[in-house]
Design a protein around this ligand. Structure first.
Ligand code: ADP
Ligand code: MG
Length: 331
């Protein structure tokens, strides 16, 4: 079990393909401030270990590019120069920000990496806190506006137009790094499959123990110990966002670490959103976005997208799913 309401259990592994034994190697470690579990399958132990090694190195490399906490990263340089001057960055970071802005457009601003201007206002440490002054929140929220993240593709510069603006990749970084780790792991000769599991956000590919793919169980929000449904996940990601890990409480209400960019306030009326789609980066970004958009707007958006499905647990533990989500329910 990794997540709260939508708990994911990977079924245990003994690997066989064409009657030949496939071994699975796994490493658990902290990366990007969260628990990663990286698994690779191969016929030869060394290949699986090598794949894990390159996967970890790739995630560390990305962390050094996108972290807004580490003052040495290019992301921090962009933040420091907010309202002052454009900053030239690697094409990789430029492209990531470009895609973030595309997702902001797709979600009508529900997803916005410039939410980070709020990070001094809220403290999601699971404790009880007083609410900050509404004027202070409104003032900081003025700096959230993805349309003021100015990208110049000719020289790969990024400019935050206003002083006080700040960007952060908390809602997309794990998904992006899972995608990239997979690409590097697949390059290792002999590697047959794998999973990148970032605190319950999964990306699976290739050969697993089960002939029809990696199998995942989804817990019932009303009874965490009893799975509600299961699904086969091959070459796909499943990502959950919600109020279970990072939040604070005030007056009996739980405030999640996901901020509504329009108000600057954390969301309160959704417990979790799970997105299932082949691209882990998109799953990650959309899971956060749908938390902001809410049940009806969220499902409407997901139903318009190809190969993207979702499951939402609302504040009353009611489950809502997109039209084409196929779960195998336990009787
Ligand atoms: P988790 O890290 O628990 O998987 P998410 O993927 O939903 O959850 O990411 C939440 C993080 O995203 C927050 O901690 C914050 O860093 C960032 N964030 C919060 N609100 C937004 C938003 N509206 N748009 C983009 N990023 C956000
Ligand atoms: Mg996310």
């Amino acid at each position: 079990m990794f997540k709260f309401f939508v708990t994911i259990l990977l079924l245990q592994a003994t690997f066989f393909v064409f009657s030949q034994k496939i071994i699975a190697e796994k490493e658990i470690l902290k990366l990007m401030g969260c628990r990663f579990e990286i698994t690779a399958t191969a016929k030869d132990k060394k290949a699986a270990q090598k794949a894990i090694e390159v996967g970890i190195a790739e995630i560390q490399r990305i962390e050094n590019l996108i972290s807004e906490w580490d003052s040495a990263t290019q992301t921090s340089a962009i933040n420091k120069m907010a309202g002052i001057a454009p900053v030239k960055v690697d094409k990789e970071l430029f492209d990531l920000i470009y895609r973030c802005n595309k997702i902001s457009g797709l979600t009508q601003g529900a997803f916005d990496i410039s939410f980070a201007s709020m990070d001094k206002i809220w403290n999601f440490d699971k404790n009880e806190h007083d609410m900050p002054d509404n004027i202070v929140v409104k003032e900081a929220a003025k700096h959230i506006n993805w349309e003021k993240i100015i990208l110049n593709a000719q020289n790969n510069t990024v400019f935050l137009q206003e002083k006080g603006m700040k960007i952060g990749f908390g809602a997309i970084g794990k998904g992006y790094s899972a995608n990239k780790a997979k690409v590097e792991m697949q390059k290792i000769p002999g590697v047959l499959g794998g999973i990148v599991n970032a605190s319950g956000d999964l990306l699976t590919w290739g050969v697993s123990n089960n002939p029809s793919g990696w199998s995942i169980q989804i817990a019932d929000p009303k009874n965490i110990n009893k799975p509600l449904a299961w699904l086969q996940l091959n070459n796909i990601s499943i990502v959950t966002s919600g109020d279970y890990e990072k939040y604070f409480s005030n007056n009996g209400k739980r405030y999640s670490h996901i901020i509504n960019p329009k108000t600057g306030y954390p969301i309160t009326d959704i417990k979790s959103v799970t997105i299932i789609c082949p691209d882990a980066e998109l799953s990650d970004a959309l899971a956060t976005s749908i938390c902001v958009l809410g049940v009806s707007q969220g499902i409407e958006l997901i139903n318009k997208l190809n190969e993207v499905e979702c499951l939402i647990v609302d504040a009353n533990d009611k489950i809502h799913t997109s039209d084409k989500l196929q779960l195998n329910y336990y009787k």
